[in-house]
Design a protein around this ligand. Sequence first.
Ligand SMILES: [Zn+2]
Length: 289
Amino acid sequence: MTDLPPRRLLLVHAHPDDESINNGATMARYAADGARVTLVTCTLGERGEVIPPGLAHLSGAALGAHRREELAAAMRALGVSDVRLLGGAGRYGDSGMMDTADNDDPGCFWQADVETAARQLLEVIREVRPQVLVTYDENGGYGHPDHIQAHRVALRAAELADAEGVPVAKVYFNRVPRAVAEDAFARLEEDLPALPFDKAAEIADVPGVVDGALITTAIDGGPYADAKATAMRAHATQLEVAPGGRYFVLSNHLAQPLFTTEYYQLVRGERGETSDGLERDLFAGLETD
Ligand SMILES: [Zn+2]
């Protein structure tokens, strides 16, 4: 415990790239502030679709190894040094999109025993003692089996940590307020002709969009917008960021906004006191000295 900094943030994600897209600015901010930022990624994303034609030959284990390098480069951009693969590299395979035959692969994360995986995450919690845990909602934000499983494992690990007397004080889901998404997509419509992308995505393509009333926390990532865009660009097999860093595409080639203010819903723990009801700090209200 003695060598741990006073503030410790744990993020649990499904694939390399999810952390940078959802939390890149938040991770960069807290790393710069001297907090311990620990990322646990559950799979290497071996079933992801590869965008650049020059890398299209990568699949399976070779793609996983490549994405591990992309993840390492992204973490350098964010200033984060503590990155773990749940159960060790290659322990859990990418499950592919929902309702595909890949979901039945006995080695995939979707087939993993939640209790076993949660105990592997509990080992990280014991070591790092995070006060704050960030993950997806029960639908994984958008229904991907690995994201749903990451949610289950993260919340079960938090329960186990409680029972062991190493509780995680606050748990948050990644969110985007609907009004923020609507504004961003309206701007995207105007900017689209100047972008290297032909078509825009829809709000329904963005994970975690909810009514603004559910949002408890906004992290202003403005100062870390460049770091976030750089981290996202490091995941070159999976996404392409437009010059200027305000928009990106996934393998569907549909443009979507790159959010630098990142939003959260507190689902466990006490909300910190704020003037307008919205926390600006994931550690708000916690005694971290
Ligand atoms: Zn993912």
